[in-house]
Design a protein around this ligand. Structure first.
Ligand SMILES: [Zn+2]
Length: 299
């Protein structure tokens, strides 16, 4: 190898990278134009570099491809986990709600378990039997009570034997979640429970009579129960003041017939009493829908 060839071949790498000064670059170009051996070396170098660049690009692409595949897998797994997570959470919520409904025998689910009042927190402050037989009950609590459901009324058409004697069980419950946020605190509630209930079945159009079997307050669950009154239980007769409030409550709930009957049971002058109450009560108040049992307005 000529001395110049050795120099040129040493410089080829720098020439390729365009790192030579003008004079050296010209010298390399002039030499490879004339020297076949150095031209071969130069061309070989160039090819090698092309191959290397190509290989580099290909491997980069490969890495990118693999990385994006891995990311996709991770994303897919994350999405799957999130979906499974959400499904599980929803299932737990619904399952819990159904379970709560089951043990509380109501449709309030968690609300009752969380916000309901334990039956021990409710005190029966007054309990009387009215002259007509109905049960007059005052409930008190240090916690807000807001009676939210009273069940036990059944349409006799739903029973298999319609001649069977009907019995009622009044179930009272604490407040719902919505009552805890929307209704001012109620510490006392007065309710009148009919012991005998007459009606006409909407389906069969037949008359029926029901008798109350029990009045009870249920706490957070069905096993947390406070019995207030049982069928046949002897309780104090209501004093006149309570009778007067009850007659007023009957009128306010649109049950004029019952208000008259109560007066007659007491031997009171029904026309006089009802006219008197009518004057105190707004016309709107008198003709409300009859609700059973009756919630008495607190004074
Ligand atoms: Zn040469």
């Amino acid at each position: 190898m000529k001395k110049e060839c050795a120099i040129v071949q040493d410089l080829l790498a720098l020439y390729e990278d365009d790192c030579l000064q003008e004079e050296s670059r010209k010298m390399v170009e002039d030499h490879i134009a004339e020297c076949q051996e150095c031209r071969w070396v130069y061309e070989a170098c160039e090819k090698m570099q092309d191959i290397q660049v190509q290989a580099q690009t290909e491997s980069d692409l490969q890495i990118q491809k693999s990385a994006s595949q891995i990311m996709k897998k991770i994303k897919r797994r994350t999405t799957l986990k999130a979906v499974i997570g959400i499904v599980l959470i929803v299932a737990v919520i619904i399952g819990g709600h159904v379970f709560c409904n089951h043990i509380t025998d109501s449709e309030w689910g968690y609300s009752e378990m969380l916000y309901g009042i334990a039956s021990d927190d409710v005190e029966v402050a007054q309990l009387y039997q009215l002259a007509g037989g109905d049960i007059y009950c005052v409930l008190k609590s240090s916690k807000s009570i807001g009676i939210q459901s009273m069940t036990g009324l059944q349409d006799p058409s739903e029973l298999s034997d319609q001649n069977e004697e009907q019995t009622l069980e009044y179930r009272m419950r604490g407040r719902t979640f919505w009552e805890t946020v929307s209704v001012p605190e109620i510490k006392q509630s007065t309710i009148i429970f009919p012991v005998r209930l007459e009606g006409i079945s909407e389906e069969t159009k037949q008359e029926y009579t029901c008798y109350a079997k029990q009045v009870a307050f249920y706490g957070k669950t069905m096993s947390d129960k406070k019995v207030i009154w049982n069928e046949g239980q002897d309780i104090a007769k209501a004093p006149d003041e309570i009778e007067y409030r009850a007659i007023r409550a009957y009128l306010e709930n649109g049950n004029v017939e019952k208000a008259y009957a109560e007066c007659e049971s007491l031997g009171w002058d029904s026309a006089k009493i009802i006219a008197e109450i009518g004057k105190q009560t707004s016309q709107d108040g008198i003709y409300e829908d009859a609700g059973v049992p009756i919630l008495v307005n607190e004074e």
